[in-house]
Design a protein around this ligand. Structure first.
Ligand code: G6Q
Length: 545
């Protein structure tokens, strides 16, 4: 048994789970009219309603003792102070320094990192200003109109998700595009409608060695040079964001267009760094800085607020409650905002790459579940497909609902309908529909006798299905910053309780090695018979064509 599952806090939660399983949320709401007030938190226009959880005040008390037992306060201090808490890579974890305000100091290896952060931010401001006002132009003198980010994983998902989320703030003069897949279809379909004379490529890669990104970058370069007829065009049409300045220079990118970041920024935590350049170009540097300010506000909240009122702590603990004590295997992210359409995919990486681990910080296999599978789609679309399983399936799927009070696109009744759907879903998941209620409905529809009895079991909804709701005034840059930082810190809280390192990604590195090994075999340069029979068979079939 691990220290965690043996601990008094864990044991107390196991016993409490057995007791609370006899209660329902329906009953808890009926018994306590103040439940919403007790189980909700607010920060700068962001409301977290966590009252629709299978949790009582006692549950929260026990979960908070679990987090205290894990010494979360020490871990928070260590992270913000630049300790090398990413031990398997011997790195500090300082994405929070990227959103630190002017005047702050954050040290790692005896060096204050903030002056470098601010220097790169100033560089971004100058570059974005020059592209946006047309003073920085393409090789033939035309203004740059289409920004194509070439990157993958952490060097793509964040910029793409936030550019889409903040589209209402974007310049009407610029379009943002994202190419990540090594499948040439991604690049070719993106470039097809674009004019090389007005296209700016940003090659985003922390390592600048990622096979997909460099392959796409080389093909993009060929496309540009072929169309514009000169290698000189590259200097005007390519920028790079990387920690590997030697490789960006080898690629031939104009040093004035190279934006640096550092190994203490994890890929999936890097959207706040120059990896956010496509966002800054698209929505302007002032808006990008408001995004940083929102992230910083959440940092302050996380560091300074007692755990019982701390949003990332509460969200993290509720995830642990379901993953470890209810055996929930997945949880859904359900944004009722079309602009947040890429948010589930973004959180899939943030949460599953961070906490999809099975060896603890002491090198031992864990004997408890770690992260749940994350999935989701914007509402109301999901309601017409997978919500069936959430309402009536055999598995518990806790869900986070997100919605803005004000729409950027007010049109007739649309927004009221959207929110009516959102609130109705969380209510129905919580309440369910009892046999009695279902029977009354069927009677009202004119059914009786055998026909009614046959249909009745299918019309019952067990309810007691948990959800959190994040309701915010408007999806603006500051709110977006708060939301992303909220989930980052939630992931950290969970990693601390689970005693795992949220900041390495050996599974991803493994994938990078594998493709490199097989490529020469598919190209017929190396014998391809050393694999298992299935892999050999697939390679043979490919080579036969
Ligand atoms: C993020 C991951 C991974 C990474 C990509 C791209 O935390 O490590 O998604 O961001 O593999 O890596 P590069 O930025 O080095 O190209």
């Amino acid at each position: 048994m691990s220290n965690l599952t043996r601990s008094p806090a864990w044991q107390a939660l196991t016993a409490h789970h057995a007791a609370i399983s006899k209660q329902t949320m329906r009953g808890m709401f009926a018994a306590d009219p103040a439940r919403f007030d007790k189980f909700s938190l607010q920060l700068d226009g962001l409301l977290l309603d966590y009252s629709k959880n299978v949790a009582s005040e006692e549950t929260l008390r026990l979960l908070l003792s679990l987090v205290r037992q894990s010494k979360l306060d020490d871990w928070i201090t260590r992270m913000f102070n630049g300790d090398k808490i990413n031990t398997t890579e011997q790195r500090a974890v300082l994405h929070t320094a990227l959103r630190a305000p002017h005047g702050a100091s954050v040290y790692t290896d005896g060096k204050d990192v903030v002056p470098d952060v601010l220097r790169v931010r100033d560089h971004m401001r100058r570059f974005c200003g020059a592209v946006r006002d047309g003073s920085l132009r393409g090789h033939t003198g035309k203004p740059l109109r289409d920004v194509v980010n070439i990157g993958i994983g952490g060097s793509s998902l964040g910029p793409q998700m936030i550019s889409e989320a903040l589209k209402p703030y974007a310049s009407t003069q610029l379009n943002a595009h994202f190419v990540s897949n090594v499948d040439a279809t991604d690049l070719i379909e993106t470039l097809r409608p674009l004019d090389p004379e007005t296209t700016l490529f940003i090659i985003s890669s922390k390592t600048f060695t990622t096979q997909e990104t460099l392959t796409n970058a080389r093909s993009a370069r060929t496309w540009l040079v072929n169309h514009l007829g000169s290698e000189d065009a590259v200097a005007k049409h390519f920028a790079a964001v990387s920690t590997n300045l030697a490789e960006t220079s080898k690629f031939g990118i104009n040093p004035d267009n190279v934006f640096e970041f550092w190994d203490w920024v994890g890929g999936r935590y890097s959207v706040w760094s120059a990896i956010g350049l496509p966002i800054a170009l698209y929505i302007g540097m002032d808006n990008f800085e408001r995004l940083l300010a929102g992230g910083h506000a959440m940092d302050q909240h996380f560091r300074e607020t007692p755990f019982e009122k701390n949003m990332p702590v509460i969200l993290g603990l509720l995830g642990i409650w379901y993953a470890n004590f209810f055996d929930a295997a997945s949880y859904a992210i359900l944004p009722y905002d079309q602009y947040l359409q890429h948010f589930p995919a973004y959180l899939q990486q943030l949460e599953m790459e961070s906490n999809g681990k099975r060896v603890d910080r002491d090198g031992h296999d864990v004997d408890y579940a770690t992260h749940m599978v994350v999935w989701g789609e914007p509402g109301t679309n999901g309601q017409h497909s997978f919500y069936q399983l959430i309402h009536q399936g055999t598995r518990m799927v806790p869900a986070d609902f997100l919605a803005p009070i004000t729409s950027h696109n007010p049109l007739g009744e649309h927004h009221a309908m959207l929110l009516a759907n959102c609130f109705a879903q969380t209510e129905a998941l919580m309440l369910g529909k009892t046999e009695e209620e279902a029977r009354a409905e069927l009677v009202a529809q004119g059914l009786s006798g055998e026909a009614l009895e046959t249909l009745l079991p299918y019309k019952v909804f067990p309810g007691n299905r948990p959800s959190n709701t994040l309701l915010f005034d408007r999806l603006d840059p500051y709110t977006m910053g708060m939301l992303v930082a909220l989930y980052e810190h939630k992931v950290f809280v969970q990693s601390v309780v689970w005693n795992i390192n949220a900041f390495d990604q050996w599974g991803v590195e493994f994938g990078k090695q594998l493709a490199g090994k097989l490529l020469p075999e598919l190209q017929g340069k190396q014998d391809a018979s050393s694999h298992d029979a299935s892999t050999n068979g697939l390679i043979k079939r490919f080579l036969a064509h």
